[in-house]
Design a protein around this ligand. Structure first.
Ligand SMILES: [Zn+2]
Ligand SMILES: [Zn+2]
Length: 263
């Protein structure tokens, strides 16, 4: 079929390939990062300074390399053919930052997946507060929209109930971020959450089975050792059930108050 062949050839063209690369690049920026804020703003101001001094040129974001939670961002100017590499943390602290995350995760007994979940909870306090009180979707939307202002030191719109930093006279970075157009990147990342506020307002998850099974695999150590004999697996499942119902410190209450009977 000639029409179909034509469309296939068109899809493989140079223009569509460059569009795909551009889309992929833009998607990769729409994520949360942990940064050393003082270092990152001072480094990023060099990118802005280039745009002011370079004739007709502009630094364009090219790619990001990640080592653990430390990112390096590459910017390139086609006019003067200059590439700038900017880090999210001082390069000499890269190993230390990643080590701290691993040791912290190990000490509280969580693994890689749970650490990823923990690092993605930037606006959780707004969701929890709304679910406890009025469960108003519009209010949650407002709070979510306000969360970047709260994080970067502007507490003028923060409700007193959950903003403990309101009277601490913090430095307001919002104006600076708006000048260097970084705030719009934060907004675009937040858009997904604001759109889904109606699902987030109850702060509930429907997947209880999966959460329970993740606890069972934590108690039984996955599938590495055979725990099938003499009720060993059953005891671990009961332990996981108690932990699921009563929280991670369930055993302290039992040990302190009652005699422990073997199961
Ligand atoms: Zn330039
Ligand atoms: Zn605040």
């Amino acid at each position: 079929m000639p029409g179909r062949t034509h469309s296939r050839v068109k899809n493989r063209g140079k223009a569509s390939r460059s569009k795909r690369i551009r889309d992929k690049r833009e998607r990769s920026l729409r994520m949360y990062r942990i940064v050393n804020f003082e270092y990152f703003t001072s480094e990023f101001s060099k990118v802005v300074l280039h745009d002011i001094h370079c004739t007709m040129g502009k630094m364009i974001y090219k790619k990001e390399n990640k080592i653990g939670i430390v990112s390096s961002f590459f910017y390139h100017c086609q006019t003067c053919d200059k590439t700038l590499k900017k880090f999210s943390h001082p390069p000499e602290t890269t190993k230390n930052v990643n080590k701290m995350i691993v040791w912290g995760a190990n000490s509280i007994g969580i693994g890689y997946v749970q650490t990823e979940e923990l690092l993605s909870t930037a606006v959780r306090s707004a969701i929890i507060n709304n679910s406890k009180t009025i469960k108003d979707v519009e209010q949650l939307r407002e709070d979510l929209r306000n969360s970047p202002y709260h994080v970067f030191g502007d507490h003028s719109k923060c409700p007193l109930e959950y903003c403990k930093r309101k009277n601490e006279d913090e430095i307001n970075y919002v104006t600076l971020l708006k000048q260097i157009k970084m705030f719009s990147e934060v907004w675009s990342a937040l858009d997904y959450l604001v759109c889904k506020a109606n699902r987030l307002v109850t702060n509930a998850t429907t997947n209880y089975a999966e959460r329970y099974m993740s606890l069972v695999s934590k108690f039984s150590g996955g599938k590495r050792i055979n725990f099938c004999k003499r009720g060993s697996y059953l005891r671990r499942c009961i332990g996981a059930g108690l932990s699921f119902n009563n929280g991670s410190s369930w055993h302290k209450h039992v040990v302190k108050t009652k005699k422990v009977h073997l199961l």
